[in-house]
Design a binder for this molecule. Structure first.
Ligand code: PGA
Ligand code: ZN
Length: 430
């Protein structure tokens, strides 16, 4: 049984406070921490921050920590850690608000994940197996990683409007090989960038992708294409982009120069121009997935692009991992994949439900990190237990990103002959 729940404030990968929880049972101590990013607060669960400008610029989380140590601990002590849905429901009932803003999603999620780890230990099974059991699944699949190799948008100080260019080693035979392919491509890319832009071009963005001072999609894609060709992996590696178009949508236009100090105003594109651009890019490069190609409220163009069926269309800002928005998108065929950010939801039980919703609609599912990450590798186990088929956890470098990828290596090793790498089945993994 749960004997104690203790939280503390730690720092995430951006150096901003977040909540870490130690959940004690008779089997030991189980630790988890909540990732974070800039929240829009519209449809997603709410983080509780102290707002005291004199402490971490308003970002300290002592109230959330106190909520765990007092209210949540009191409610959960004595409960069986294998009963995930009851634990999660107890916190939802205690919070009473729709978006978990009373206790804070930063408090609730860390406890939910720590309880899940404790539940696995109680059953003496690996975490990914426990998660599979909780969702009623009996298959385990290693996901195809989407490694960020070029960073732009809000994640980097260059002029590139799109947020990320990623590589997907779909043609690997195992996860271990996928990681090697990702790492080798990343290092070849570094050399390609040094040749062209000098060492300065190899500064990295928040998720570890290189951030050379390029401004066009094509410049970035050419660099990646060249790096892939130097590895010799060729068509075994595909490309994905996260446009995060909401960040540069100005009214009805998209400003591809939005970060440039001396904007000419000539690089404004209409949504139809953007569709044309995506079609060209998909024809010229091995792009298999585009995330948030339009503003998060521009469902019409997202749907129009999606209906062309040129590539997977992923809803991140579009969906905010919100089940109501997902149901609407499924009904209207707005996109065909979910970017799953568990801290937008808040509990393991609800995150499992959201994945089921996506899978029932035959959507792709990308288990995702946040820009503010911790050493916690929970989403690695989550992606295997739910056979999401895809995981996006940043570059194949930097500790908080590798925490996830390295955990997938360990899981694959543990599964041995039973390990199955999603590979070509990345979009609809059973
Ligand atoms: P985040 O976004 O940095 O806000 O977590 C990641 C993404 O857009 O995929
Ligand atoms: Zn995104």
């Amino acid at each position: 049984v749960i004997t104690k729940v203790k939280a503390r404030q730690i720092l995430d990968s951006r150096g901003i406070p977040t909540v870490e929880v130690d959940l004690h049972t008779n089997k030991g101590v189980f630790r988890a921490s909540t990732p974070s990013s800039d929240l829009t607060g519209l449809y997603e669960a709410v983080e509780l921050r102290d707002g005291d400008k004199g402490s971490y610029l308003g970002n300290s989380v002592s109230k959330a920590v106190k909520n765990v140590n007092e209210k949540i601990s009191e409610a959960l002590v004595g409960m069986d850690p294998t009963l995930q849905s009851q634990i999660d429901q107890a916190m939802i009932d205690l919070d009473k608000t729709e978006k978990k803003g009373e206790l804070g999603v930063n408090a609730i999620l860390a406890v939910s994940m720590a309880a899940c780890k404790a539940g696995a230990a109680q059953k003496e099974v690996p975490l990914y197996k426990h998660i599979a059991d909780l969702s009623g699944r009996n298959t385990l699949t290693l996901p195809v990683p989407a490694f960020t190799v070029i960073s732009g948008g809000k994640r980097a100080g260059n002029s590139l409007a799109i947020q990320e260019i990623m590589i997907l080693p779909i043609g690997a035979s195992r996860f271990e090989e996928a990681l090697q392919m990702g790492s080798e491509t990343y290092h070849h890319l570094k050399a390609v960038i040094v040749d062209k832009y000098g060492a300065q071009g190899c500064n990295v963005g928040e998720d570890g992708g290189f951030a050379p001072n390029i401004s066009s999609f094509k410049e970035g894609l050419d660099l990646v294409k060249e790096a892939i060709s130097r590895t010799g992996y060729n068509e075994r590696i595909k490309i994905a982009i996260d446009v995060a178009a909401t960040d540069f949508c100005m009214g009805t236009k998209y400003d591809l120069d939005y970060k440039s100090p001396n904007k000419s105003g000539q690089n404004f594109k209409s949504a139809d121009d953007m569709i044309k651009l995506y079609r060209e890019l998909c024809a010229e490069y091995p792009i298999v997935s585009i995330e948030d190609p339009f503003d998060k409220e521009d469902w019409e163009h997202t749907k129009r692009f999606s209906s062309l069926a040129i590539c997977q269309v992923v809803g991140d800002d579009l969906l905010m991992s919100n089940s109501q928005r997902m149901k609407k998108a499924i009904e209207e065929s707005t996109c065909d994949a979910l970017l799953l950010k568990i801290n937008q939801i808040g509990t393991v039980t609800e995150a499992i439900e959201v994945v089921k919703l996506a899978k029932d609609a035959h959507w792709g599912v990308v288990a995702s990190h946040r820009c503010g990450e911790t050493e916690d590798s929970f989403i690695a186990d989550f992606s295997v237990g739910l056979s999401t088929g895809q995981i996006k956890a940043g570059a194949p470098c930097r500790g908080e990103r590798l925490a996830k990828y390295n955990q997938l290596l360990r899981i694959e090793e543990e599964l041995g002959d039973d390990a199955f790498y999603a590979g070509e089945e990345w979009r609809e993994s059973s």
